[in-house]
Ligand binder design. Structure first.
Ligand code: MOS
Length: 760
């Protein structure tokens, strides 16, 4: 990694030392706390009156609970209470007041709400005891009498039931109307392909399991340490569900051990822990087991039909892309799967479709680049298939149909350096040396293949507040109720503030992860830097203006005749740009004014009128090398080069780590990850990390990340567009295309496991 950073010519600063500029490579400011164990996660808080809750889950997919036999479980020494739908505290019944901020349309699942069982693994009881061990043991003794009804969890048997989601989540874009006449153009074109692609269910499996520790004060106030991507979303949810005033509930999530979208909605351990705390009037913790991590949202199983047609010179004539995905019976979970196919390439005839099938499953939930991870995969594999039908280089085909403007909305892009991504990644990878024919490269017993794909993701900005406080000793404390799910929020926000104020990084503290801090959005959609980062810079700029005004009344009035734009904040000083010797240390400014602290607050509202004149997106070009041993069907991804256009990069090292991690995700999705259901039982079977395979060290070889130059002042004042999710988009397609190049075999399902690679 050091080599790469050197290659990027970025100034490198060691952790927490000295003055920084935006875009530097800085080690995590919270790194020491994390590796020494000082960072406390949701399950690592120990109030004196703590009780332990363990969840009991249903073992069937559909039906009713007729009654419980709790005698044995209650007899276990240390057991305090078993909470079921029969004795739970009051919860609000109305869907509208019950929803979390990111709920899809429909009627959200409510744990222990009533006797109905809607999916296998649904929580049906919470055993609370003085010790975890007692609760765990007693949970195995809970017996329920059930009226089981027939269930259906099989998407493939129900494709004919696909319906257009009618009630849509705010912010979701349904597929646009047909452009041109796609089917007629397809029929008339000289070169065409049609194929069906399948993507299996995936579960997020962050390292940290979901956990909530509810600490109850003597006055009934609840301080909840929750694993969530938004403390304020969890606070809002708890208040609404249990009818508690805002002042009665504080949610904190200062450290989150990965989430990948699974924490966008409050998970069921949160209301269960709160129920127990309310009922027992004491502190309660509920931690989910790894197996229980498979009993809520997942990336939905998806089937996609693609038809592409072109002239013999590669000019695209028709794109037809239709997807069918699963959802639950209670909510319509929607994601943007097919729209990318109307955006990525210039084409006059495009027809897109998206349908859902409701099954007796839990509602899916966003997972890293939701929608694009599947939709762009299918499109980019289909483009490779078309390239071979045309006998045209796959990169040349992309360039031939390059969209300078967004073809779907007919708007310019705010910035789009995708061409530079293609060029730089292809050069680094050595793409020009690639022979076109499959099976043309071999090393020992392995066939070698090179494939590529394009990626696109949204560049979003929400609204947020931040506050910046300068203290008399020169320390700056900036805060916003943001979240750091391991992505580097603490680091990048500290850097943005330190750079703005000209302070050493160690003088700056960024506070996040507390619902009482200034409002911030959920950490999702790769938008925290564009949103919270812009609010942080805005707050710092207001603070600068305040300090400048204070400087005007300094004795001798050295700054009196200068305007704000004549001064700069550098190396702990405010000074004149033209005459750096006219300079004052920031603490001296506060002292002269008799202040111990100065605070400014800033509300960042996106400039919607300006932004909506553009399509705002990040882009990538991914090149992959695989080595395939046909005897065993094994695939090794030996090299990946990913070039990313995501605006100005604010924190090089953490951004680089995010994209590297996203490529690992892509490799994992391509080769390993799938949650398999036994549809007779209606239940996910491989609900553990020995049978749910993820990429491990041995699967990861060279990963080379390039950030191309881009500066986007339409998406954010920082020039940043947001990085993270863009890193996974296209990776699995590049690998699929490389497997085809190696073997001549097109694997149209993910994960591309040995059986599929070997199959005839
Ligand atoms: Mo992400 S799937 O927006 O947490």
């Amino acid at each position: 990694m050091t080599d790469l950073i050197d290659a990027l010519n970025a100034p490198v600063a060691p952790a927490g030392t000295g003055y920084v500029t935006k875009g530097m490579s800085v080690s995590r400011v919270d790194g020491r706390d994390k590796v020494t164990g000082a960072a406390q996660y949701a399950a690592e808080h120990f109030p004196a009156d703590l009780a332990y809750g363990v969840v009991v889950n249903s073992s069937f997919a559909k039906g009713r609970i007729v009654g419980f036999d709790l005698e044995q479980a209650l007899a276990v020494p240390g057991v305090i209470e078993i909470i079921t739908h029969q004795n739970r505290p009051k919860m609000r019944a109305f869907d509208l007041s019950y929803k979390d901020m990111t709920a899809p349309s429909g009627s959200p699942f409510r744990p222990l709400y009533d006797e109905n069982v809607r999916y296998s693994g649904q929580p049906i009881a919470l055993v609370v005891a003085e010790t975890f061990e007692a609760a765990r043991y007693a949970s195995s003794l809970v017996r329920a009498e059930c009226a089981v009804e027939p269930h259906d969890t099989n998407l493939m048997n129900n494709l004919h039931r696909g319906y257009k989601p009618s009630r849509l989540k705010a912010g979701y874009s349904p597929p646009p109307a047909e452009r041109g006449h796609a089917d007629a153009a397809y029929e008339a074109a000289p070169v065409k392909i049609a194929a069906t692609y399948y993507n299996a269910v995936e579960h997020h499996n962050p390292l940290e399991p979901f956990a909530s520790t509810v600490i109850r004060d003597a006055d009934g106030h609840l301080t909840i340490y929750d694993k969530t991507q938004s403390s304020q979303n969890s606070r809002w949810y708890v208040s609404h569900v249990f009818g508690l005033s805002k002042k009665k509930v504080t949610v904190r999530n200062p450290y989150v051990g990965g989430a990948f979208g699974s924490g966008l909605r409050p998970q069921y351990q949160l209301p269960l822990a709160v129920m127990a705390a309310l009922k027992l009037k004491r502190s309660v913790r509920v931690v989910l087991t790894r197996q229980q991590m498979f009993t809520f949202g997942h990336r939905p199983e998806t089937v996609q039909h693609l038809k592409l047609a072109a002239e013999r010179d590669g000019t695209l004539r028709a794109i037809v892309h239709e997807a069918i995905a699963e959802t639950s019976r209670i909510e319509d979970y929607v994601e943007v799967v097919v729209n990318w196919s109307g955006q990525l390439y210039t084409c006059d005839n495009v027809r897109l479709g998206y349908r859902l099938v409701d099954l007796d499953q839990y509602t899916p939930i966003d997972m890293r680049a939701p929608g694009a991870a599947h939709g762009v995969h299918a499109l980019e594999v289909a483009m490779d298939e078309l390239a071979y039908a045309l006998n045209m280089d796959p990169l040349a085909l992309r360039l031939k149909n390059y969209a300078e403007r967004d073809p779907m909305k007919d708007l310019p892009y705010s910035t789009k350096e995708l061409r530079a991504c293609y060029e730089q990644a292809a050069a680094r990878f050595g793409w020009s040396r690639r022979p076109m024919a499959p099976r043309s490269m071999q090393e020992g017993t392995e066939l070698v293949g090179w494939g590529m794909a394009t990626g696109q993701w949204d560049a979003m900005q929400m609204f947020a507040r931040a506050s910046a406080v300068l203290h008399a000793d020169g320390r700056l404390v900036v805060s916003s109720a943001a979240t750091d799910i391991g992505t580097g929020t603490y680091t990048v926000m500290s850097m943005i503030a330190a750079a703005a104020m000209g302070l050493e990084l160690e003088k700056v503290t960024f506070q996040l992860g507390d619902s009482t801090l200034p409002v911030a959005p959920i950490e999702g959609g790769s938008s925290h830097v564009t949103t919270v980062g812009s609010a942080v810079e805005g707050a710092c700029e207001k603070l600068q203006k305040r300090l400048y005004k204070m400087a005007k009344s300094l004795p001798g009035k050295p700054f009196a005749q200068y305007r704000f734009r004549d001064v700069e904040f550098v190396q702990g000083h405010m000074r004149l740009r033209q005459n750096p010797s006219a300079s004052v240390e920031l603490p001296a400014l506060l002292a002269a004014a008799g202040e111990t602290r100065v605070e400014e607050k800033y509300l960042l509202l996106p400039n919607v009128l300006k932004q909506k004149k553009y399509v705002r997106a990040t882009h990538s070009a991914v090149f992959a090398e695989v080595k395939v041993d046909e005897t065993f069907g094994t695939v090794r991804v030996t090299r990946v080069v990913s070039a990313i256009a995501a605006g100005r990069i604010m924190s090089l090292k953490t951004a680089h780590s995010q994209v590297t991690g996203a490529v690992v995700w892509g490799i994992s999705e391509a080769l390993h990850e799938a949650t398999w259901a036994d549809h007779k039982l209606g239940r996910f079977m491989n609900h553990n990390l020995s049978e749910y395979h993820v990429a491990v060290n041995a699967d990861i070889h060279d990963i080379d990340v390039i950030f191309v130059d881009e500066d986007d002042r339409i998406v954010s004042r920082l020039g940043a567009k947001g990085v993270g999710e863009i890193g996974i988009v296209g990776v699995s397609a590049a690998i699929c295309n490389a497997i085809y190049h190696a073997t001549g075999k097109r694997v149209r399902s993910t994960p591309m496991t040995p059986d599929r690679v070997m199959a005839d």
